[in-house]
Design a protein around this ligand. Structure first.
Ligand SMILES: [Zn+2]
Length: 281
């Protein structure tokens, strides 16, 4: 299923679709099972790090084998990718969409390259998420802990007009990773952008936001809600708990069962919170 088809419906009806960063076959299968359980559309996404650690072909074949028989719409997206050759590899392999992350470039150069990426994606029937402002916090080796630059609304709108990206990740005060203090959000920016250019917005740095903040941002037009840190925390905490509770049990499949149940539960809670349950078609 294309990202655009999933997001355009969510944007029109103002619900959010979770985009989970999976790290292996177990987490991929668990989030797909969660989406089927609550009848929700789903975005599976992969970091550049995961693409490199598993290999694009292996990852894509796993995705196809698990997602194709699923009874809900599922799409495969490449998260933050500053590397053009990885964008090309994923598009050629079968990813449905990519986030070309040119936030470290000047807006002019980012615009020029994003136009090229959109052209390239279209040749594969694929879609593109755009970004001009780095989301604070390093995620899978991409990004920076420095507070990034936020550009004026006009500059963001000009980027959207020039590139024709299908969705956009604006800086609104969220950050990747675990929050050490309550973030200061700028939800009005989502409203202002959508008023000028009505395309789905993407919420990064969602882990740790309040339920009220999620609902408000989704109602303003954040149709894609990225969840990466919560999956990693859930996955590794369930691993730690199992190993601590069973220090002499050498039975990997029992561990996998615990991990899967934990990740699936985490995914179901997010899908429910974002309002996408029973939205599958
Ligand atoms: Zn992100």
């Amino acid at each position: 299923m294309s990202l655009k088809e999933i997001l355009d419906r969510a944007f029109a009806e103002r619900y959010g679709v979770a985009a989970f960063n999976v790290v292996n076959d177990l987490t991929l299968e668990a989030v797909v099972a969660a989406a089927e359980e609550v009848r929700s559309p789903l975005i599976v996404q992969t970091s550049v790090k995961t693409v490199k650690s598993m290999g694009a072909r292996v990852l894509y074949d796993l995705f196809r084998d698990i997602a194709e028989p699923a009874a809900v719409p599922v799409t495969l997206h490449l998260d933050h990718c500053p590397e053009r050759e990885v964008v090309t590899t994923c598009l050629q392999t079968g990813w449905n969409s990519v986030l070309f992350d040119g936030s470290a470039l000047s807006v002019a150069e980012n615009t020029r390259q994003t136009i090229e990426v959109v052209d390239e994606a279209r040749r594969h029937g694929a879609h593109v998420e755009g970004e001009i402002e780095g989301v604070r916090g390093v995620e899978d080796d991409v990004g920076s802990d420095e507070e990034g630059q936020v550009y004026p609304l006009e500059e963001a709108v000009a980027f959207l007009e020039a590139t024709n990206v299908d969705c956009f990740a604006p800086a609104i005060g969220t950050a990747h990773g675990v929050y050490s203090a309550e973030p200061e959000l700028n939800p009005q920016r989502v409203t202002d952008l959508v008023a000028r250019k009505p395309i789905p917005m993407v919420l990064h740095g969602g882990t740790g936001l309040s339920e009220a903040a999620f609902r408000d941002l989704i109602a303003r037009g954040c149709a894609k809600v990225n969840i990466s840190t919560a999956l990693k925390v859930t996955y590794l905490d369930s691993t730690r708990a199992f190993l601590d509770a069973n220090p002499t049990k050498y039975d990997p499949p029992s561990l996998f069962r615990e991990q899967r149940a934990a990740v699936k539960g985490m995914a179901e809670r997010h899908l429910t919170l974002f309002g996408s349950t029973d939205k599958a078609w």
